[in-house]
Design a protein around this ligand. Structure first.
Ligand SMILES: *Cc1c(COP(=O)(O)O)cnc(C)c1O
Length: 451
């Protein structure tokens, strides 16, 4: 135990000296030392001190098939032996990227048949921004350049990704958002719904998009981008009236609809895509995370036939990444999808584990310090509140959520806090018994937070 502890302390010291962490206050981290994760299997993680955790976040919303999948490792090793790298520029291709493109087209909603590849969700959304503008220019409407997104959305961390995103603390750093991007209200009934019913509020939130389009002039608006369910913003499941209105508005004003499926894609909501669950007909979909279950970095933009044909009128699309369609990453994604299909993971989520998970989640709504629970599929949020009847938030956001997260870790559970909402997004392979364990630990941690 002592040796283990020393190993961890040494790594923590080197880490704080040389490693700059994403989304982290380095000075604060140096004081306490980073948690060193050394091993994982199924839905469980182990740290360098031998502590075991149930991973209620599937890494960062991505390890959908769970940890320790030999099939993926072997597929990647075999591909690396055969062809570790080649590009897809200059009119070349290779077997894994061809096979993966066809597989994604087969799984995607009708009419979405082409895929542009990249290495992450952020790159996917950078591609989206350039692609929708180039599309409109290619079909002779270059004025259509404004992209509308939502407050508190998360679309990644690059210049375009963070600009499309609606997170104020991100905009404050690095001079964002870049020009030509507008934000409208998020469909977050708990915070913004006031006296309206969720369904009434859903229409109000959708109308904010129509107002913005009319204000900018539809002839200037290229696209609307949104996550079917806002993930990093706090698992915000929109009221049932929201998406049908958004779809109508985009159709009526000739605006491309972009679904950011980086979290919702690949089974998270109980269907292959969030667009299936919410009956959205997107023109483009951004994907990453669950595409390879995080085993290797890969993302993409799935493009409708209409957009693909429009782009063809524009000649060269001067955009691409050295690692677009990387063979080893494509092989990992293919092996991941093969597992999902062979084990019927999406079907098991929708028929069995998601209903069970949602019933356990809904039961937490009775708790005196839980103001709202939100969820769909294997996504969930538990909104902690000081004053339940009035839907008020804590005076200092973040403190209670952070305290609850610490209790979770002490109890062997990784749950994330977004302000004072506790977020759950476990591997899609989680069993009923593991769901019981997750909620038993979550409840204990919430009780300890308020005792
Ligand atoms: C994580 C995420 C991204 C960014 O993906 P990265 O791979 O971290 O660049 C984009 N959109 C959504 C909805 C995400 O959750």
């Amino acid at each position: 135990m002592d040796n283990l502890h020393n190993a961890s302390a040494h790594l923590q010291e080197l880490d704080s000296l040389h490693h700059l962490h994403p989304f982290t206050d380095s000075k604060a981290l140096a004081k306490r030392g980073a948690k060193v994760i050394t091993r994982a299997d199924g839905v469980y993680l182990w740290d360098a001190d031998g502590n075991k955790y149930l991973d209620g976040m599937a890494g960062l919303w991505c390890v959908n098939v769970g940890y320790g999948r030999r099939e993926i490792m072997e597929a990647v090793a075999a591909q690396m032996e055969q062809l570790p790298y080649y590009n897809t520029f200059f009119q070349t291709t290779h077997p894994p990227v061809v096979e993966l493109s066809a597989k994604i087209a087969e799984l995607a909603p009708e009419g979405l048949n082409r895929v542009f590849f990249c290495s992450s969700g952020s790159e996917a959304n950078d591609t989206v921004l350039r692609m929708v503008r180039h599309y409109w220019a290619s079909v002779g409407q270059p004025d259509k350049h404004i992209v509308i997104s939502r407050e508190n959305a998360y679309h990644g961390s690059t210049m375009a990704g963070a600009s499309l995103g609606g997170m104020k603390p991100m905009h404050k750093q690095g001079g964002l958002p870049i020009p030509g991007i507008e934000h409208v209200m998020q469909p977050h009934w708990f915070l913004h719904g006031a006296d309206l019913t969720p369904d009434e509020f859903g229409k109000v939130a959708a109308k904010a998009l129509e107002d913005k389009i009319l204000q900018a002039g539809p002839e200037n608006v290229a696209a609307f981008i949104a996550e079917p369910v806002q993930g990093a913003g706090g698992v915000i499941v929109p009221p049932s009236t929201y998406w049908p209105e958004i779809q109508r508005i985009c159709n009526e004003h000739n605006i491309l609809l972009v679904a950011d499926e980086v979290i919702c894609g690949f089974g998270r909501t109980g269907n292959w895509f969030g667009s299936n669950t919410f009956n959205i007909k997107p023109d483009l979909m951004a994907i990453a995370k669950g595409l390879s279950s995080g085993y290797l970095p890969i993302g993409g933009v799935i493009v409708s036939d209409k957009v693909a044909e429009g782009l063809e009128q524009g000649g060269d699309f001067n955009h691409g990444y050295t690692y677009s369609g990387h063979p080893a990453c494509a092989a990992a994604a293919l092996a991941n999808i093969r597992i999902m299909q062979t084990e019927r993971i999406v079907e098991t989520v929708s028929d069995s584990t998601a209903p069970y998970f949602q019933s356990k989640l809904m039961a937490l709504a009775e708790h005196p310090y839980v103001g709202q629970v939100r969820g769909v599929g294997l996504l969930g949020a538990i909104q902690l509140v000081p004053d339940k009847p009035n839907r008020t938030a804590f005076e200092k956001p973040d403190v209670t959520g952070t305290r609850c997260r610490e209790h979770c870790l002490d109890n062997g559970l990784v749950m994330r806090a977004v302000d004072d909402a506790m977020i759950i997004s476990p591997p899609l392979t989680i069993s009923v018994a593991e769901i019981d364990e997750l909620f038993e630990k979550a409840l204990r941690s919430i009780d300890q937070t308020f005792s």
